[in-house]
Design a protein around this ligand. Structure first.
Ligand code: ADP
Ligand code: NI
Length: 217
């Protein structure tokens, strides 16, 4: 099997697994992350075979969809990589990316990141900001039946990932708790450049949002 066939097989598995997922994590999210990761790699380098497969698998193996079970997530990815005949020498590189890509409530793990992890993580983070990031945040809020905004509930700093994922906060707070922090967390120069414009767009959005909120009083 050549590289293109391997990626195609991975695509099919991912599309099938995500068909019932919350739609902020649908196939188009995966496809955007894959394309963005490959685009960043054009400038920053890295092994494109590892980058593409990791981007394709990064959310199906997410512990969020496995009842918070990280072990299960990793063993499932290993199984898929075996089934699609992915290059054996690179399996552990892919698992490392899938295991470490998540924001996990912003807790910084002192982890030495491979270039490929840096790139796929940047691509995933870029998809959480800008116009698409805004759309995904409100979609997620709706999925969890959260209020859009409540001026009495201020943003919080979470001390661990469990607290972060359990938070019942309104969606505007999510901008302060995560989305506006992402620009400065980009690993690569190319992603930092792309993030700049998306970040400004979110700030403009918030400014407009508060103006409209006030004007209704
Ligand atoms: P990741 O899988 O990238 O670690 P999440 O699963 O936390 O991140 O987020 C997936 C998408 O849902 C992102 O666009 C993110 O901004 C959005 N999201 C996650 N948590 C919330 C939240 N509490 N409120 C609004 N949107 C959220
Ligand atoms: Ni993702």
């Amino acid at each position: 099997m050549n590289k293109i066939e391997t990626a195609k097989l991975a695509e099919e598995i991912v599309k099938n697994k995500l068909k019932d997922a919350e739609k902020g994590h649908d196939w188009y999210h995966i496809d955007r992350v894959r394309n963005m990761a490959l685009e960043i790699s054009d400038t920053e380098g890295g092994d494109k075979e590892i980058i593409e497969i990791s981007a394709l698998l990064h959310d199906i193996s997410d512990a969020k969809f496995n009842g918070g079970n990280y072990e299960k997530a990793a063993s499932e990815s290993r199984e898929i990589l075996k089934n699609i005949n992915f290059n054996k020498n690179k399996i552990e590189n892919v698992i490392d990316i899938i295991d470490n890509i998540s924001f996990k409530g912003g807790i910084s793990i002192n982890k030495v990141k491979s270039l490929e992890l840096k790139i796929v993580q940047d691509a995933d983070r870029l998809d959480a900001i800008g116009a698409i990031g805004i759309a995904r945040a409100f979609h997620y809020g709706g999925f969890k039946n959260r209020v859009i905004y409540n001026p009495e509930i201020k943003p919080q700093n979470y001390s661990n990932s469990e607290e972060y994922h359990k938070s019942e906060s309104h969606t505007i707070n999510h901008f302060y708790e995560k989305l506006l922090l992402l620009k400065d967390l980009m690993n690569t120069k190319k992603a930092q450049e792309i993030a700049e414009n998306r970040h400004l767009f979110m700030k403009k959005f918030l400014e407009q949002f508060y103006n409209e909120w006030k004007s209704k009083k």
